[in-house]
Design a protein around this ligand. Structure first.
Ligand code: IPE
Ligand code: IPE
Ligand code: MG
Length: 244
């Protein structure tokens, strides 16, 4: 197997962690067992990403649309978030923790835990680990439009000054660069309302592996695939090689 180039590790990796339910079903287990196993994968992959020198890891844990799932499954997922946010591990690994999404829609206990973790890890200087919870990109973009409209109304912003940077800075991801690599597990070839604006030039990697089966080696495979791509941003391949 080809070796990873440690000097070209993607700075920001975003992951759509999909396939927990089908993983469980294939083993004759309840869907919730898949989510429990999925949490174990999050911990493994976070640790490995830290080791590799990834600067930002953004994981999609619960979409706005996931509120439409059966209540017991939603409750089980919220409970897993509540019981697995471990400040100690973040502190040990110098990880800064952030959440993106509609925090006000989450159960109060979950919102409080999230806020505590964000506050206590805010000064950490290692990897930033971001969890997308009650998140959807269209919600986020509509929210940005409202914030911008407010500023125009207040007179703190001129409509003519609304450009791409202005939009980006009103998104919940304003504290990080756009993802370099987006991984989706579970075999579906879609983006499911995740980071639509931010992924304009992201490299996509899809794998059939269910999230609970995703290993450190799977992550390496995704990064290797990324390292074999040429990111052209609209230019020609020759222009890019000349720049290098
Ligand atoms: C991903 O796994 C986790 C969440 C969306 C919360 P799923 O629960 O979507 O698993 P599948 O896609 O049904 O297998
Ligand atoms: C996407 O998975 C959202 C998360 C991984 C949290 P879904 O399982 O909800 O996506 P769809 O509905 O199959 O597109
Ligand atoms: Mg799914």
């Amino acid at each position: 197997m080809q070796q990873l180039d440690y000097s070209r590790i993607p700075a920001h990796i975003a992951i759509i962690m999909d396939g927990n339910g089908r993983w469980a079903k294939s083993k004759g287990l309840p869907r919730t067992a898949g989510h429990v196993e999925g949490v174990a994968t999050v911990k493994r992959i976070t640790e490995e990403a830290t080791r590799l020198g990834v600067k930002y890891l953004t994981v999609y844990a619960f979409s706005t649309e996931n509120w439409n799932r059966p209540t017991p499954e939603v409750e089980a997922l919220m409970n897993l978030v509540l019981t697995n946010l471990e400040e100690e591990i973040f502190m040990k690994n110098n990880v800064r923790f952030r959440m993106i999404g509609e925090i006000g829609r989450l159960p109060q206990s979950v919102a409080r835990r999230l806020q505590e973790c964000m506050d206590s890890t805010a000064a950490n200087t290692g990897m930033t680990m971001v969890i997308a919870l009650s998140y959807s990109s269209r919600w986020e973009i509509a929210r940005a439009a409202r914030l911008i409209a407010d500023e125009v109304r207040n007179g703190t912003l001129q409509a003519d000054d609304i450009d791409e940077d202005c939009v980006s800075s009103h998104l919940m991801t304003d504290f990080m660069p756009d993802p370099d690599l987006m991984i989706r597990t579970g075999g579906e070839l879609r983006i499911s309302n995740y980071l639509l604006w931010q992924s304009a030039y992201t490299e996509f990697y899809f794998t059939d592996e269910f999230w609970p089966d995703f290993t450190e080696e799977s992550l390496h495979r995704a990064i290797l695939a990324y390292q074999q791509r040429q990111r052209r941003y609209g230019k020609t391949g020759d222009q890019i090689t000349d720049e290098e």
